[in-house]
Design a protein around this ligand. Structure first.
Ligand code: FAD
Length: 278
């Protein structure tokens, strides 16, 4: 069995306190020797400088950094400049995305879909970068149909993506079904499940509605019932997410990618309960 790949995702902090907190988070999660730390990027370039700074800090600490790069609202020139900067820094992995245009921003720019970004990266940089793309076991909310979404995913892989990280989900069957459908279409790249620990219910519900990730009714009702009782929300969340991860790994998932929201404790707790290597 090949080695499982574990990674953690951060967003670029906006304040000096946030920068300090994230450095502490990295210190704790770095002990787990993840394959890489990834850093999100605001579509339309809104976090461009902060993403770069965070990536520089991760590199300086000796970890592998994987910047996210979203192309909507951007130009070839701009994307090319960012790729050159990352290449010069010794970055080897990019998470290539379309992104979502911030409200009020009218132009889609020179890229319409992520597959165009993947092709562009390959054309400009050959095999220098390992390219990750996004996948959606519960399907992207704008996809015309489930099948179309898988064909669009296939297009990103055909353009040169090496592997994929999924949107988070709480229903393991959706992941296994998605992977099976991909394999039937000849898509062979690793598809690593994205894992969202449950810390605050209202925040999670808002996120999930926006990105099309389903919180199953039995989970919603239970979480709603806890109200402001954060300890119960987190204890229940941990039980559910650990059971999900166990099932995914046992069922052949090639690793796990944790959406940390810049906090170490929720991912660490899951890691320890799963008995993953320390
Ligand atoms: C692991 C992960 C990390 C993320 N990180 C970030 C981040 O850092 N910053 C950020 O802004 N967002 C991020 N997102 C969110 C992501 O940008 C949004 O979900 C966005 O709406 C779609 O991006 P994509 O790369 O999946 O787009 P695409 O793969 O381009 O797909 C977008 C939609 O268009 C459809 N589509 C694709 N190609 C075609 C085509 N040729 N014709 C017609 N329809 C097509 C797809 O089916 C889908 O519905 C992340 C998502 C994931 C899963």
């Amino acid at each position: 069995m090949s080695k499982k790949i574990f990674s953690f995702e951060f967003f670029p902090p906006q304040t000096p306190e946030g920068v300090e907190k994230l450095a502490a988070t990295r210190k704790q999660l770095g002990l787990l020797k993840p394959e890489f730390f990834s850093v999100t990027f605001g579509a339309g370039g809104s976090t461009q400088a902060r993403t770069l700074e965070t990536v520089q800090q991760i590199k300086a600490e000796g970890y592998n950094a994987a910047p996210h790069l979203s192309c909507v609202g951007s130009t070839r020139e701009n994307v090319s400049a960012m790729l050159n900067t990352y290449k010069a820094m010794g970055i080897k992995r990019i998470v290539a995305l379309r992104g979502d245009l911030p409200s009020g921003m009218a132009t889609t720019g020179e890229f319409q879909y992520a597959n165009e970004l993947v092709s562009f990266i390959r054309a400009q940089n050959g095999d220098h970068f390992h390219i990750e793309v996004a996948a959606y076991p519960e399907f992207h909310p704008q996809a015309r149909s489930a099948h179309d979404d898988i064909l669009n995913f296939k297009r990103k892989v055909a353009a040169g993506a090496n592997s994929a990280i999924t949107q988070y989900f709480y229903n393991a069957d959706s992941y296994f079904y998605f992977v099976d459908e991909c394999r039937k279409l000849g898509i062979t790249v690793p598809i690593v499940p994205g894992i969202m620990p449950i810390v605050k219910y209202t925040q999670l519900a808002r996120f999930s509605d926006a990105c099309g990730a389903e919180i199953p009714r039995w989970m919603r009702r239970t979480l709603e019932g806890y109200g402001d009782d954060t300890a119960s929300v987190q204890a229940f969340g941990q039980d559910v997410v650990c059971a999900l991860c166990e099932r995914l790994l046992a069922g052949g998932a090639p690793g796990l990618h944790f959406y940390t929201l810049n906090q170490a404790a929720p991912s660490l707790a899951i890691w320890q309960r799963l008995g993953l290597p320390q």
